[in-house]
Design a protein around this ligand. Structure first.
Ligand code: PMP
Ligand code: GLN
Length: 464
């Protein structure tokens, strides 16, 4: 079965311009009077300091996704950078949205900690996988994307001065959420060992990992399958991490948003299912990644009720609840998937096979010109080593790392958008990533084919 039909890639103009939709005219009585607009603020007046950004967020600047996505749009590049599938939503998911919107109560606020139908489905889905009954009403929360689950977890548990250990390279939002909480990130890099062209050979050094713990350590953040390396932590590796976390008595935040995308014979292992880990682990998931609908922004976290309750306290004062219609549709999608489980109609069977196939095509294209891909165990991403190339991209010298200039040059000169890898490291460790670019295999056939054609057209001597 194919869950992918041809689709036009989204153009910047579609993002920025008005869609040709006719809206009902709003009657004049509902129009906002002009005088109610906020007064224009002159940031340079004596009152200026009242509008000064709060110290804790003043270092944020432009988010990396905004930076590299707008670069891709500006150059109308083939985008294998940002991690969003650009293939269309399969019919069964569209049908679930239609059914949801037609149901009156699905258009109302739902239960703050999670729409009852969705938390029930998630409990039925994950309980057998972790070997214990997850209580749908107290041990699961649904959120606005996995982003919100991570935000709520960090802000529920991390105090100013607390330390959290993170494995580098890492997805960027962990860092910013930590800045908001006032906590301190302590980074431990994955080290490629032996054949570094396999993601599974990027490993934790036990001395570095255990040396990172102090009396202030509150939690460890894990990502498996990993963004951006594509590593899936094995049972043995997770047993080791679990044993250290138990010995040091810390929480584990396990980001498993790419759990459905596993390649070859790799098995996704959930650290919360290991002995003694349930009471100390918060597991994060994403419907956006599970059903390739990143724009739906439905995520969840599950764990012991004493942990999940705290996430709910943070969520209740920010978003209160995630969109009901989409929670309803995600629940319907899981229910539908159950009816086709293991058959050729199964989305969960189709998705990893398709993304592995895409990754293989990209890996072959990069290898054909002498670049070395780091073959992933699973997930959306693959790193590619640019060091064998002798490219001259001096015109794009930003004063930042080599990979940032390389990505800018590929986007501008060859209309191929990728993501640098050094951006997933702290300033002190950026060198560890600066020879790699990250590519995303969760893309339509049209995007993958266009990207492979561009890559095959590059040569060792390409220059600006
Ligand atoms: N965790 C990781 C590792 C991610 O790559 C992402 C990006 N999608 C998220 C969390 C956020 O997921 P969501 O889109 O569901 O908020
Ligand atoms: N998680 C996605 C990635 O790593 C992007 C998230 C975003 O665009 N904010 O590419």
């Amino acid at each position: 079965m194919s869950h992918q039909s041809p689709v036009e890639p989204m153009q910047e103009s579609q993002v920025t311009s008005q869609s040709p939709v006719t809206y009902h005219k709003v009657s004049d009585q509902f129009k906002v009077p002009h005088s109610s607009e906020p007064p224009a603020v002159n940031m340079m007046t004596d009152n200026g300091n009242k509008f000064k950004v709060a110290n804790r967020v003043s270092t944020f600047g432009t988010n990396l996704w905004a930076e590299f996505s707008s670069l891709a749009n500006e150059h109308k590049a083939t985008n294998i950078g940002q991690g969003f599938p650009d293939f269309p939503v399969p019919e069964f998911l569209q049908e679930e949205v239609r059914k949801a919107v037609a149901k009156p109560s699905a258009n109302w606020y739902t239960r703050a900690q999670g729409h009852p139908r969705l938390v029930k489905v998630l409990s039925e889905e994950f309980s057998p996988m972790i070997g214990r009954e997850i209580d749908p009403m107290s041990e699961i929360i649904t959120t606005v994307g996995a982003y919100e689950s991570i935000f709520c977890t960090i802000n529920a548990f991390v105090d100013s001065g607390d330390e959290v250990i993170i494995i580098e390279p890492h997805f960027d939002c962990y860092k910013d959420d930590m800045i908001i909480s006032g906590g301190k990130l302590v980074r431990v890099p994955l080290r490629p060992q032996g054949d570094g062209s396999l993601a599974k050979n990027w490993v934790l050094d036990p001395t570095e990992f255990e040396g990172a713990f102090t009396s202030r350590t509150k939690a460890v953040i894990l990502t498996t399958p990993h963004n951006p390396v594509g590593k899936m932590f094995t049972q043995k590796e997770l047993e080791y991490v679990a044993s250290v976390c138990k010995r040091k008595d810390v929480l584990v935040i396990s980001d498993e948003v790419y759990e459905r995308v596993t390649f070859d014979d790799n098995k996704h292992v959930r650290i919360c299912s290991l002995p003694g880990m349930w009471d100390r682990t918060i597991t994060v998931g994403s419907a956006g990644k599970t059903f390739s609908v990143t724009g739906w922004k439905i995520g969840w976290a599950f764990g012991a009720s004493h942990l999940i309750t705290q996430l709910n306290h943070v969520a209740s004062c920010s978003t209160f609840s995630a969109p009901t219609i989409l929670q309803e549709a995600v629940a319907g999608a899981f229910e539908y998937e159950r009816t086709v489980k293991d058959s050729d109609e199964s989305y969960f069977k189709w998705l990893p096979a398709k993304l592995q196939d895409n990754c293989k095509k990209l890996a072959d294209a990069f290898s054909s010109i002498g670049m070395t891909p780091v073959w992933p165990d699973g997930g959306y991403f693959m790193l590619v080593d640019t060091s064998p190339m002798h490219w001259d991209f001096s015109a794009d010298n930003t004063g930042r790392e080599h990979d940032v200039d390389c990505v800018k040059w590929l986007t501008r000169e060859f209309k191929l958008a990728t993501i640098p890898t050094s951006v997933f490291y702290c300033d002190d460790h950026k060198d560890l990533g600066s020879q790699y670019i990250r590519v995303c295999c969760a893309k339509s056939d049209a995007t993958i084919d266009a990207a492979c054609a561009i890559v095959r057209g590059l040569s060792k001597k390409s220059h600006c």
